[in-house]
Design a protein around this ligand. Structure first.
Ligand code: G6D
Length: 336
């Protein structure tokens, strides 16, 4: 299959890798193992830099983690500290008192070595990354492989993570891609979530999940399928408080599908939760001011954020020394 590599910064070894055929193309960079763009029939469906933006500077400054690989920990860890095996670990507090997305030295900042495997239907980029305890103050050094595979015949992007740690630690990686199936710069209100049973965890005033109780959004709003507009206008305290959705949803169907009536994106994952975030406040922009409030939604497949405080030693994100972490999430696009 066809791909090409453009060097963005020779000294820093930052590349842009494009995998393409006549109908679709996807772009990745080894800077933060990001998805940069995904075009179907000429139309971009993910948020990323404009052609005139300097890509490296854009990602250094963008506070919304557009398209980045997040690790070691997706979401907030309450108070920026946790206990594991009887020992307390103090992390960087980079989101008021919390640790968010692993801190400011997370995977999104790394420039990774990579290799490419070219098959008949698909191209796979295999990145090598490393997270060191001395940089992020979590226990254990982790060796990580991230696979980005794009199957052109299915228009399906599959992400695999594999990791091992030198000590018991937490590992909860995800990708922070934002989709918008309308033209980028437009709001996502018209997008509908094709799942009938959206079980949303609630957040306390500090934006942390405190218990396992969920609210069934479809029942509460009383609609079989909810559009983002239905959610934004639901009047629910949880939604008003954050000016949109920024919540974990339990994965209880095989796929999670969002459509604007013309196209749909379906996510399949072996994780338990997807965090839906709808760009609820925009206080940074690109050279064209093309980032708008409610102008994109994430599908962050992960273990429930702050699981270490919810479940203690039984938290699904605990990666024990000597064990191999593996997970898989894929996003598939269909034109209707
Ligand atoms: C995540 O849940 C968080 C948001 O609160 C945050 O603002 C965003 O990442 C950048 O989705």
């Amino acid at each position: 299959m066809a791909f090409n590599i453009e060097t963005l910064d020779k000294d820093k070894n930052i590349d842009l890798i494009t995998i393409y055929d006549d109908y679709s193309e996807i772009k990745f960079t080894n800077f933060g193992m990001r998805i940069v763009d995904w075009k179907v029939n000429g139309k971009s469906i993910v948020l990323g830099p404009n052609a005139q933006d300097d890509l490296i500077q854009y990602y250094e400054e963008n506070p919304y983690f557009f398209g980045a690989t997040i690790g070691r920990y997706g979401g907030r860890i309450d108070g920026g500290k946790f206990e594991l095996n009887g020992q307390m670990y103090e992390l960087e507090q980079n989101d008021s008192e919390h640790n968010l997305h692993g801190g400011s030295n997370g995977l999104h900042t790394q420039i990774c070595d990579y290799e490419i495997i070219n098959e008949d239907e698909a191209v796979t980029i295999i990145y090598n990354a490393e997270l060191l305890s001395k940089n992020d103050h979590f226990p254990g050094d982790i060796q990580i492989k991230v696979f980005h595979r794009y199957d052109l015949s299915k228009m399906e992007w599959t992400i695999n993570y594999e990791a091992t740690s030198t000590e018991d630690t937490l590992f909860n990686p995800m990708n922070h891609v934002y989709f918008n199936l309308n033209n980028v710069e437009q709001r996502i209100d018209n997008h509908e979530i094709k799942n009938e049973n959206l079980q949303m965890y609630t957040l306390n005033d500090k934006q942390i999940v405190e218990n396992e109780e969920t609210v069934n959004l479809n029942e509460t709003i009383d609609k079989k399928y909810l559009s983002f507009k239905d959610i934004f206008e639901s009047g629910l305290d949880q939604i008003e408080k954050y000016n949109g959705i920024d919540h974990p949803i339990k994965i209880n169907e095989d796929t999670f599908t969002v459509t604007n009536g013309e196209m749909e994106v379906s996510m399949t994952t072996d994780n338990d939760v997807v965090v839906l975030f709808t760009l609820n406040e925009v206080d940074w922009n690109d050279s064209k001011n093309s980032i708008v409030e409610h102008g994109g939604f994430t599908l962050e497949a992960q273990s429930i954020p702050d699981d270490i405080h919810l479940y203690g030693e039984k938290a699904p994100s605990i990666l024990r020394k000597g064990k191999t972490y593996k997970s898989e999430t894929s996003y598939k696009v269909n034109v209707i």
